[in-house]
Design a protein around this ligand. Structure first.
Ligand code: ASP
Length: 288
């Protein structure tokens, strides 16, 4: 049964502005769902759901990404398809509005899994992914936050996990990273197994939160190990977040779809915008 779930990042509750987050994740779930409902691939569904959130200025990915300590922009993204464990990722890119599409080009290239900075931009040029001025991706809101030295907020990393009618699972994650990070820092969102994972025999996962903590416990792959153990999506999501907090020593959350299309999510932060869509629903569920 086809299913999609998307997240808009684990973080603090902004109080006001929740409606904007709700409509953002809802539209992203619908963008992916239209592809699945038309018999499309899970890989396309997660790419286009994430692109919708990258294009939305309120989320910390693509347009609206947070800034580094020196005021520059460095984005990470990864994507994976669960039938042959095909995966692609980019890190520290600054000149593409949709890093997730660039990660997909790396996947399609088949030779490498992770390309960074200029190496990744060279793939953009070679494969026709449009390049832009990094300044065009910096919003007034993030510029102000940088000037104020603010590191608190609603996270805003984005991700999607989907299952298509062929039984293929795919997962994708995209982020501007942690606000005020040191230039050159790469987080979990670019790392297969940490921020993103998909395996048709188990399911798919996209994570968000303190990247260093997520990397420490290899969170996405570990969540699927819990799923294998208990065959219960809620249990797997909850225990994985416990692991992140207790052994990873950080906060965050994740979304998950198992090979049968059951969805689960959990977070240790006050808020993690989520939206999901499946044939049983008339319109996306936005449970936050
Ligand atoms: N995990 C992302 C990173 O560390 C940030 C986030 O999810 O808010 O780069």
């Amino acid at each position: 049964m086809p299913t999609i779930i998307v997240h808009g990042g684990a973080g603090a509750d902004p109080g006001q502005g929740r409606e904007e987050l709700r409509s953002g994740v809802r539209a992203a779930a619908l963008a992916g769902w239209e592809i699945l409902a038309a018999n499309g691939r899970a890989l396309d569904a997660v790419e286009w759901a994430v692109r919708a959130l990258e294009d939305h200025p309120r989320f910390n990915a693509g347009l609206g990404s947070v800034l580094t300590s020196t005021g520059t922009l460095e984005m990470d993204a990864s994507i994976m398809e669960g039938d042959r464990l095909g995966c692609g990722a980019v890190a520290a890119v600054s000149r593409v509005a949709n890093p997730i599409t660039l990660a997909r080009r790396v996947l399609e290239g088949g030779r490498h899994v992770l390309l960074v900075a200029e190496g990744a931009h060279a793939v953009a040029r070679a494969t026709g992914v449009p390049e832009c001025d990094p300044a065009a991706l910096v919003t007034e809101r993030q510029r102000r936050r940088h000037v104020e030295g603010s590191r608190v907020g609603v996270g805003g990393t984005v991700g999607a996990v989907a299952l298509d009618r062929r039984g293929t699972v795919a997962a994708a994650t995209s982020t501007g990273g942690m606000a005020g990070k040191q230039p050159g820092r790469v987080g979990d969102s670019a790392l297969i197994g940490c921020g993103t994972y998909a395996d048709n025999t188990l399911g798919g996962v996209s994570c968000t939160g303190d990247g260093e903590a997520i990397i420490r416990v290899v969170l996405a792959r570990q969540a699927l190990a819990y799923l294998k153990e208990a065959d219960d999506v809620d249990y797997a999501a909850r225990v994985a977040v416990d692991l992140l907090v207790e052994e990873g020593r950080g906060q965050g959350g994740l979304i998950l779809v198992d090979w049968r299309g059951r969805t689960g999510w959990a977070h240790s932060t006050p808020l993690m915008p989520v939206a999901l869509m499946s044939p049983a629903l008339l319109e996306p569920r936005v449970p936050f």
